[in-house]
Design a protein. Structure first.
Length: 191
């Protein structure tokens, strides 16, 4: 259930800045949310259920992409412009399911780096290869990646903060509860 609430948070983190006419600095819960969502797919569930969960996540974000493109930005929607992004949504879930099935600080850092960097590399390559904004030369590819560095930085920070909170806060809460229980046990008078 928590995974689906996090997925909703990821969707809302993209829509709400536009609904309130606020400036979005590419700071969303999508990367960290998909890592968390993916990490909760392991366990007793079948492969079909895992595939269905990935499909649910991708469909939710596909709908968000359509809404933002058509209604928030006022552009026509072109399916081919989103294929790589939608494949990346599934990839981020898979990164979470494989890397973060067992959570540790190093795994969360690695997941954050893998998620944000894979998005940067794949999507900006698709922008260069499939668009007319940059010449189809090595210099054009370099210019495309350089122009995307501020977005990559913001995505890396937002993914790190969201993933850190989603994976770290439950651990912190458990440690606080353990500390409180230990303190309470130490204050019980002997019989």
């Amino acid at each position: 259930m928590a995974a689906f609430l996090v997925l909703l948070l990821a969707v809302l983190s993209r829509i709400l800045p536009h609904a309130f006419h606020a400036v979005s600095w590419n700071f969303t819960a999508v990367g960290g949310g998909l890592l968390f969502f993916g990490s909760r797919m392991n366990g007793a569930h079948s492969t079909a259920w895992k595939a269905a969960r990935i499909a649910i996540a991708v469909l939710a974000l596909m709908a968000t992409d359509y809404y933002l493109t058509v209604y928030a930005y006022g552009y026509p929607f072109h399916l081919r412009g989103y294929i790589v992004t939608w494949a990346w949504y599934a990839l981020a879930c898979l990164i979470g399911s494989q890397l973060l099935a067992k959570t540790s600080v190093l795994r969360v850092i690695a997941g954050t780096l893998a998620s944000a960097t894979s998005f940067y590399v794949l999507v900006d390559f698709a922008v260069w290869a499939g668009g007319r904004l940059y010449p189809h030369t090595l210099a054009g590819l370099t210019a495309c990646y350089v122009a995307a560095i501020p977005f990559y930085r913001n995505d890396l920070v937002s993914t790190g903060l969201v993933a850190g909170a989603l994976f770290g806060l439950p651990v912190l809460a458990a440690k606080i509860v353990d500390t409180l229980h230990a303190a309470q046990d130490n204050n019980i008078p002997a019989a």
